[in-house]
Write a protein that binds this ligand. Structure first.
Ligand code: SF4
Ligand code: FE
Length: 487
């Protein structure tokens, strides 16, 4: 297993073609725009070497029997699923950011379980390839970027109906030794600092869209793979250094990029779906369920940091004992723990798939993520309420350091006796960083937008069974149990 330093070193050896502000990034491990995202992933490596976290961070491979980083594991039990959530919450507390490695972790489990059932039904031979891929990810301790979301063009049209056929990633050529793909994946968390990308279709496809039903793995620095990083709230501060960046080591969410696949060749051994449209829906739903499972883990961890920073500011302002402040902090804790409850519940309700690997309860996973699209906003709102208007008006670090005006900023920005202006400023900037923009939008749309969860919730909600319960109690159908008791 690699440690954090070794992971960063492995990135420096790659030739990844990544851009930000129109300029090529020479080293994603060191560039001011990307180094903090790389740090967040490095934590997923480093923590595996800390004995106090080994139960969460380390698993045993069912393929090799060897100890592996949990982020490369195929879940073998409901307990594995619960440990994943505990691990995510723990890392969320240490980074208050997105540590990105879960996407590939989830993609791998989705591909593993789906290819097994695809082979059973269609007689294809993808599962052995998927197994070999997983083995090499485990043995080399790779960071996999999971790639699902296509750019989608006209959302009312199917992939094959788009005026530009590249609005969904597709196969442009099938060769004896592999396939050539073209298109782009949007909002790709951690892609620029991953070793490989595991690509999946974004929709349940029909026969017309067979060429869009494609799943494969490709090195992130493969020829033709181009990562274009998106802007984030206050991102020019990344170039300033210092406390105005808020989260000093790990940044805001996961350095999401638009990833272009400009006629990229993929050898057969790394192709896991190439036209089997009937299984695109299963792959999408499984990935979505695994990824929606996570959000009450990582976001509860991030919420713990928001709550901690808010409490710190309440103390700095001398209002920590005011009843309305205590009540708001209570509400924040309640919301964070509610998110966590959802993630633990969908995990402990997980069941074995036909491949033997475990899958979360999809209904509960979707409910969990749906709560995140609301509760993080409310936690952020309450934090801003308690923290005060200073979150929007604090002078910059340069003003603190200025020879002439620094003394005024220092004097008039301090908190109660004993709390320096700098200590208060650091907490204010952290609250601003986490609650002030990009991170909230990530909670809304990451792992799928709210409507995607509502579709799944409606589908999984089993209304006919609920109608049966009502009919029995309303006397429309006989109550067998009551009859047994009362005769
Ligand atoms: Fe992992 Fe959370 Fe980031 Fe998704 S948002 S990759 S679950 S840390
Ligand atoms: Fe995310």
């Amino acid at each position: 297993m690699m440690n954090g330093k070794q992971y960063l070193e492995s990135l420096r050896k790659m030739r990844t073609e990544a851009y930000v502000f129109g300029e090529r990034i020479d080293s994603v491990a060191d560039h001011p725009f990307t180094w903090e995202h790389a740090n967040a992933v490095a934590m997923t490596y480093e923590l595996a070497h800390d004995p106090q976290y080994s139960d969460l961070m380390i698993a045993t491979s069912h393929l090799t029997g060897r100890k592996i980083n949990r982020f490369t594991h195929i879940h073998q039990s409901a307990d594995d699923l619960v440990k994943k959530i505990k691990m995510l919450r723990m890392i969320g507390r240490k980074t208050a950011s997105c540590f990105q490695r879960c996407v590939g972790f989830d993609a791998m489990n989705a591909v593993y379980t789906t290819t097994f059932e695809m082979d059973q039904k269609l007689g294809t031979g993808y599962f052995e390839r998927a197994k070999d891929f997983v083995k090499s990810v485990q043995e080399n301790d790779l960071m996999i970027g999971g790639a699902m979301t296509d750019v989608k063009g006209d959302r009312s049209l199917k992939p094959s109906q788009q005026s530009d056929p590249d609005m969904f990633l597709h196969i442009v050529e099938k060769r004896d030794d592999g396939i050539v793909v073209r298109g782009a994946k949007a909002h790709q968390t951690g892609s620029a600092n991953s070793h490989m990308m595991l690509v999946m279709p974004t929709l349940n496809m029909s026969a017309d869209d067979a060429n869009y039903s494609v799943s494969f793995a490709v090195p992130s620095d493969e020829k033709g793979v181009i990562h274009i990083l998106g802007r984030q709230t206050n991102d020019s501060r990344k170039y300033e250094g210092g406390i105005d960046r808020g989260n000093l080591g790990y940044g805001i969410v996961g350095g999401e990029a638009l990833v272009v696949f400009d006629d990229v060749f993929v050898p057969n051994e790394r192709v896991f779906m190439a036209g089997e449209f009937e299984f695109s829906g299963m792959l999408v739903e499984r990935f979505a369920s695994y990824h929606r499972q996570n959000y009450g883990g990582c976001k509860a961890g991030v919420s713990d940091v928001i709550i901690g920073a808010t409490y710190g500011l309440a103390q700095a302002h001398g209002v920590q004992d005011a009843s309305h402040v205590k009540d708001k902090l209570t509400e924040m804790i309640h919301l964070a723990e509610t998110l966590y409850c959802g993630s633990v519940a969908c995990s402990s309700e997980g069941k074995a798939t036909k491949s033997g690997a475990f899958l979360v309860d999809p209904l509960l996973a979707n409910v969990t993520k749906h709560n995140v699209t609301r509760f993080i906003y409310e936690i952020g709102r309450l934090s801003q309420d308690i923290s005060g208007g200073i979150v929007a008006t604090l002078p910059s670090q340069k003003d603190f350091q200025d020879e002439k005006i620094g003394k005024y900023v220092e004097k008039y920005c301090k908190g109660k006796e004993g709390v320096s202006a700098e200590e208060r400023a650091r907490l204010v900037r952290l609250v601003e960083n986490i609650t002030g923009g990009t991170a909230l939008i990530e909670s809304m749309h990451g792992a799928g937008s709210p409507q995607a969860q509502r579709v799944m919730i409606f589908r999984q909600g089993n209304l006919p069974a609920k109608a049966e319960f009502a009919k029995v109690l309303a006397g429309i159908k006989e109550d067998e149990m009551l009859k047994r008791i009362r005769g």
